[in-house]
Design a binder for this molecule. Structure first.
Ligand SMILES: Cc1cc2nc3c(=O)[nH]c(=O)nc-3n(C[C@H](O)[C@H](O)[C@H](O)COP(=O)(O)OP(=O)(O)OC[C@H]3O[C@@H](n4cnc5c(N)ncnc54)[C@H](O)[C@@H]3O)c2cc1C
Length: 424
């Protein structure tokens, strides 16, 4: 097998899981990240059976299971206006149904854990390295300060505003963004003291409404904060910008027709709240995020076969299937397996093309599903009792996973079959 020097641009979930996947196969991996460190922004990210089986294969089960924020709390799907429970799902259901667990993390906790694992295993992660240009033929990246990194292979995992994608596909490919999300972390102590909210500390709740969803997650790993994410139609916020502050009063007006519990949550999310014990102000920020979707990208790989794009950089999707991060993790496994088939540098264009062709149909399925949910207005599915509708949160990615065999065995068999055809 060809051992490669690999530069990964971006230390997000896709860059870091790919670093782990490639290092396991014996490649020498360096990750370049533009930020000075990991950003402690605490939106929730669900890893379903399709993602967890990959991370378990990477030897991360014990550490991740410990960090799972949802722990044993059930997931309740509620009607938006009166809170009626439409369906519920036990935390352990994923393991029963698909053989692999479903976990929920604060996004930055997952990122941090992936980074720690990668670094412990010998991946070099360099911060404050902003890539501004990419040489597709003689693979190298140039940083903002002029430093150049030469390498055998470049993996663009640099998210929605990807510089690597611009180099491979041209800068005219722009993401599309019909939705906005508000993200608010509330100290758990506030909920504990409020009898109408304290029950939320042992549940994970989703309120499904017309073009609007509220996700309120019990996340004890989140530095004692409780996370509320409100997703709605709208064009506020800036794509790829996670620290922009939103107007809480506007959010309250937008969700005025929701269950009183949601309205109460927005009421207590007051930045002037004081800690009952210390009388110190409790800092509560309402962040506004613009959600993005990438249009179909013809090319994920440069003609030279030395540059490939993965993750949100090539397939950012609306969050309704709860699979953006899971698909990043799937990318990592598929890429590592495809690269294993290269014997010489001249095999790289073929094996990377195989990666692209294997991943595209699956990604397109999730993008289509996300759009369908959006078109249905989300709530119509939840209006009737969900036994008929079958809405189960982030479960859709798991439907296509067989229960038997490890990820590698399954993925590898599939991948190998397709590769055999393509490489014949
Ligand atoms: C509200 C919301 C809820 C979501 N819920 C879920 C969920 O429940 N389940 C799920 O699976 N997914 C979910 N997702 C999607 C998921 O978070 C993303 O798909 C995933 O985080 C993308 O990871 P990435 O590594 O590809 O990109 P990013 O996380 O964007 O990482 C890219 C990295 O590259 C760096 N970078 C960018 N440009 C450069 C450059 N020029 N040089 C160097 N570094 C650079 C960035 O700083 C960043 O660290 C959700 C998304 C949102 C917005």
């Amino acid at each position: 097998m060809l051992k490669l020097n690999v530069i990964i641009v971006g230390a997000g979930i896709s860059g870091l899981s790919t670093a782990i996947a490639l290092q396991r196969k014996g490649h020498i991996v360096t990750v370049l990240e533009r930020h000075p460190g990991y950003q402690a922004l605490g939106g929730p990210v669900s890893i379903g059976a399709n993602g967890s089986r990959v991370l378990i294969e990477y030897g991360m089960e014990e550490i991740l299971a410990r960090k799972n924020a949802r722990l044993n709390s059930p997931m309740l799907m509620r009607r938006y206006d009166n809170g009626e429970v439409l369906s519920s799902r036990a935390a352990s259901q994923s393991k029963t149904d698909y053989g692999f667990p479903s976990w929920t993390f604060a996004r930055y906790r997952l990122q941090e854990t992936l980074a720690q694992t990668a670094a412990e295993r010998g991946v070099k992660i360099l911060f404050e390295k902003t890539v501004v240009s990419v040489d597709l033929e003689n693979p190298s990246v140039t940083l903002k300060d002029g430093e150049v990194f030469e390498t055998d292979l470049i993996v663009g995992a640099d998210g929605i505003r990807s510089a690597v994608r611009d180099a491979v596909g041209g800068s005219t490919v722009k993401s599309f963004s019909p939705m906005t999300a508000y993200n608010i972390d509330i100290p758990r102590s506030i909920l504990k003291e409020d009898s109408s909210l304290s029950h939320l500390l042992v549940q994970s709740n989703y309120w499904l409404g017309p073009q609007q969803i509220v996700v309120a997650l019990n996340m004890p790993d989140l530095d004692d904060r409780f996370n509320v994410c409100l997703i709605c139609e709208g064009r506020s916020g800036t794509e790829g910008e996670w620290y922009e502050l939103g107007d809480l009063n506007k959010v309250r007006t937008q969700y005025a027709g929701f269950d009183p519990v949601v309205r109460r949550l927005l009421e207590v999310a007051e930045p002037e709240n004081l800690d009952q014990n210390t009388a110190e102000p409790l800092i509560i920020q309402c962040y506004i995020w613009r959600l993005s979707e990438m249009p179909h990208m013809e090319k994920w790989v440069s003609d030279s076969g030395r540059v490939v794009i993965i993750g949100d950089a090539v397939h950012a999707m609306l969050p309704y299937t709860g699979n953006g991060a899971n698909q990043c993790i799937e990318d990592s496994a598929s890429l590592a397996i495809c690269l294993e088939k290269a014997r010489t540098f001249s095999d790289l264009p073929k094996v990377l093309k195989a990666f692209e062709q294997i991943r595209k149909p699956r990604i397109e399925w999730f993008i289509r599903k996300g759009r369908e949910f959006l078109r249905c207005g989300i709530c119509p599915m939840a209006m009737s009792k969900s036994k008929e509708t079958g809405f189960s949160g982030g479960g859709h990615g798991q439907l296509r996973i067989s229960r038997n065999g490890t990820m590698e065995a399954d993925e590898e068999r599939q991948t190998e079959r397709k590769l055999m055809d393509m490489l014949a």
